[in-house]
Design a protein around this ligand. Structure first.
Ligand code: FRU
Length: 294
């Protein structure tokens, strides 16, 4: 039946175990279902660069009409993305970038903007502009990824202006994982009597830090900020009062596939598509849940 399909589109996903990745795949599969002319092949990089590189090589060999890729990290995936480009396959880079601009399009959120929004809110939570004070734990996402760096830089544009804010961990990465963040936070709690705010580069890590604090009875003293804002995950955590805030990070699954199809049909596409974000706090969490039928 594959022969009746007009376009073969490959999507190299970095992993499927994280909640945001699972949602991402759901979104792209749902979009593909609206396009009977498209055969969508999804591969799972199992969170390993070598596996994801092999996946992309495989998709190139299968002569896909377009390649969508959401990289584990920039450096390790750049070579194989370049190979696809050299093979004249239009490449759509999703969420995390690579170190070349020769691709057809990038689709993703504005992580600098999200970082700034998180930093501005952290300053407000710690006493307000010019008066903010407190000890902050920042838990980085994967060090080799642009989102982690942008989320860091944006945040610090606001918090670094506050002399009262002190940072407790120096560039510690939880690699986007709840359990790794739990361990980092458990250690930080042991060595620091006072922690006022945790900034996790995603919700699973903010939640891991929350659980570590809860296990030693200190979760009420600390504000937790995360990013992703999936309705059935981060938004629920905010609604329950576990996280103080999250910032939505729409998956590029649906938009990425729509753009690729548009391009294959001969239409022009923009170099970059930026997906929107929304701040979720106790004030709007319940409404967002309701709007999502939860
Ligand atoms: C999932 C994830 C998300 C995060 C994104 C950043 O793998 O860690 O939680 O927002 O990747 O690239």
């Amino acid at each position: 039946y594959a022969q009746t399909k007009k376009w073969k589109i490959g999507f190299s996903q970095v992993t499927t175990i994280e909640p945001w990745r699972a949602q991402f795949n759901k979104d792209i599969i749902a979009e593909a279902a609206k396009h009977p002319e498209v055969e969508l092949i999804i591969t799972d990089g199992e969170d390993k660069t070598e596996k994801q590189v092999a996946d992309v090589e495989n998709l190139i060999r299968q002569e896909v009409d377009a390649l969508l890729v959401s990289p584990k990290e920039s450096a390790g995936l750049t070579g194989v993305v370049q190979q696809a480009i050299d093979a004249k396959i239009p490449v759509f880079v999703l969420d995390r970038n690579v170190d070349t601009k020769d691709y057809t399009q990038f689709v993703g959120g504005d992580n600098k903007l999200i970082g700034r929004a998180a930093g501005e809110y952290a300053v407000e939570l710690l006493g307000g502009k010019g008066k903010a004070a407190g000890n902050v734990v920042e838990i980085w996402g994967g060090m080799g990824t642009q989102p982690a760096h942008d989320r860091h830089d944006g945040f610090h544009e606001f918090t670094d202006k506050e002399p009262g804010i002190k940072y407790l961990l120096d560039q510690q990465s939880g690699d986007w994982k709840q359990d790794q963040a739990y361990n980092l936070m458990a250690n930080a709690l042991k060595t620091n009597e006072k922690i006022d705010l945790v900034y996790g580069h995603n919700d699973p890590m903010a939640y891991g830090a929350y659980l570590a604090a809860k296990d030693v009875g200190r979760e009420k003293d600390i504000k937790f900020i995360g990013i992703d804002g999936l309705p059935n995950e981060g938004v629920q955590m905010v609604n329950k009062g576990e996280l103080t805030a999250t910032f939505t990070y729409v998956t590029p699954g649906a938009e990425g596939l729509r753009q690729a199809i548009k391009f294959l049909n001969g239409e022009k596409v923009e170099k970059t598509i930026t997906l929107p974000t929304e701040k979720i706090t106790k004030e709007n969490a319940a409404k967002v849940l309701k709007d999502n039928g939860l």
